[in-house]
Write a protein that binds this ligand. Structure first.
Ligand SMILES: Cc1cc2nc3c(=O)[nH]c(=O)nc-3n(C[C@H](O)[C@H](O)[C@H](O)COP(=O)(O)OP(=O)(O)OC[C@H]3O[C@@H](n4cnc5c(N)ncnc54)[C@H](O)[C@@H]3O)c2cc1C
Length: 410
């Protein structure tokens, strides 16, 4: 680490999630004095939560496919990833002593699947670099030459660093810290913000009492979801309120759009994507005979109990006596969606600070020296490691631009 002109400069990072912490690391490595302010009593709570189900850090697919996961027009995400790629993220983890591996789906995980060990090593590194972490410190507003902070249940105080990076997150799982309370304060200052919407979220389904009592918490494996000519293979999870899971999240932007237009919709699920309709019909040509339909479908097609029950949930049982109709329904099982689950249950939120409100350095046009990074910016991606990658990459990008800004100032 070399001392530089910027070593006399100090930067406040507000929000200790992955975007803020990686920026802190990069700035400290460049010789900048960094203080990270976090509203919660501990840091990176959502990152730790993400690790509970298997921390999907990034994805191993080729870079063009990778970039295509971000919506059209989100060219800024591409700039961030150009400077800190999925390979760079894996190398960063390895540098902290945590190897990563590629799962069968191409997703990348830390060797133990969890976030805890990686976070521990990361915080140790930040400590060695001299980064100061201040918890229970909430940013509450802008001040003439700095920002206003408030210690939990304490008085407000002003800080005047040479630059500020906001990395306050989106709006899902608010109890983890990212509660979107920054939005009205930013808007009041003329920063344009696209309203937050739940993304990578489940959908409400009006299940019968029998179905929800019998099958909540059960997975639907080896299925494919069909919408607008798109077919998304994967898995879904049946819940009390509806349906969620990776295949659902991958289509959540299209489903959300259709629901906001039509109020409700029918999602078609292919319960046997490995067979086409002709193959399926061949398998079913003998008919159930004296067997119940349920045991017939289980033995002939290896459908699970929940898949057979799903088939019955929104269809007319009279259709099951004709094998061609039954085959068609198995390939296009209708499920009625009536709305999005609440934002609080979402993996991420779409919306946030508009690209038009920041310059190419991720500095707010309204405030010189105030930068932004992470999920609080207006971009969207499915699950698969694309969320964390964009948060990390934007943090690295912003840190580089802040370093340049400090050099220009000195
Ligand atoms: C259940 C779950 C599982 C997930 N799994 C994955 C996964 O496997 N892979 C993946 O890519 N993504 C996953 N995600 C998404 C990913 O965790 C987020 O996209 C990512 O954490 C966002 O990073 P961030 O740094 O922008 O914001 P956050 O991680 O939300 O951090 C923002 C921080 O700012 C703090 N803060 C907010 N307001 C203030 C304030 N006023 N003053 C001070 N501090 C403040 C918050 O307390 C928080 O610590 C998951 C999310 C959830 C909820």
């Amino acid at each position: 680490m070399t001392a530089s002109a910027s070593s006399t400069r100090n930067v406040a990072i507000i929000g200790a999630g992955p975007a803020g912490l990686i920026a802190a690391q990069r700035l400290a490595e460049a010789g900048v004095k960094v203080v990270v302010y976090e509203a919660k009593p501990s840091v990176a709570r959502k990152f730790l939560l993400a690790g509970r189900g298997g921390l999907n850090l990034t994805h191993s697919e080729d870079i063009l496919s990778f970039l295509s996961r971000y919506a059209d027009g989100e060219s800024w995400v591409k700039d961030w990833i150009a400077g800190f790629s999925p390979e760079d993220l894996r190398a960063w983890s390895l540098d902290l002593g945590v190897e990563t591996f590629i799962g069968t789906s191409g997703r990348v995980f830390p060797e133990d699947f969890r976030a805890k060990g990686l976070l521990r090593a990361w915080l140790q590194r930040l400590g060695q670099l001299g980064v100061e972490l201040k918890t229970n410190q909430r940013w509450v507003g802008f001040a003439t030459d700095g920002v206003m902070m408030q210690e939990k249940e304490g008085d407000q105080y002003e800080i005047r660093p040479d630059a500020v990076l906001f990395a306050l997150g989106g709006g899902s799982y608010a109890h983890m810290g990212a509660d979107a309370k920054w939005i009205p304060v930013f808007k009041e200052q003329g920063v344009e913000v696209t309203p937050l919407q739940a993304s990578n979220v489940g959908f409400n389904v009006p299940w019968s009492d029998f179905f929800k009592n019998s099958f909540q918490g059960q997975p639907l494996k080896n299925i494919a979801l069909k919408i607008d000519g798109k077919c998304k293979p994967g898995e879904a999870m049946l819940t009390r309120y509806g349906i969620e899971g990776n295949a659902i999240y991958a289509l959540s932007a299209s489903l959300r759009e259709q629901l906001s237009r039509d109020g409700e919709m029918i999602l078609k699920i292919d319960l046997k994507p490995s067979m086409n309709e002709t193959h399926l019909l061949n398998k079913l040509k003998s008919g159930p005979g004296r067997k119940s339909l349920s045991s017939y479908l289980k033995s002939q097609l290896k459908l699970t109990s929940q898949a057979v029950a799903l088939l019955r949930e929104f269809t007319d049982s009279a259709d099951f006596s004709e094998m061609p109709k039954l085959a068609e329904l198995i390939k296009n099982c209708p499920v009625k969606l009536t709305g999005l689950a609440s934002m609080d249950k979402a993996i991420s939120t779409a919306g946030g600070i508009k690209q038009s409100s920041v310059d190419k350095n991720l500095m707010l046009k309204a405030f010189t020296g105030y930068f932004v990074a992470g999920e609080m910016l207006d971009w969207e991606a499915p699950t698969g490691g694309y969320l964390l990658q964009a948060c990390f990459s934007s943090g690295v990008y912003a840190a580089g631009k802040i370093t340049d800004y400090l050099h220009q100032k000195s």
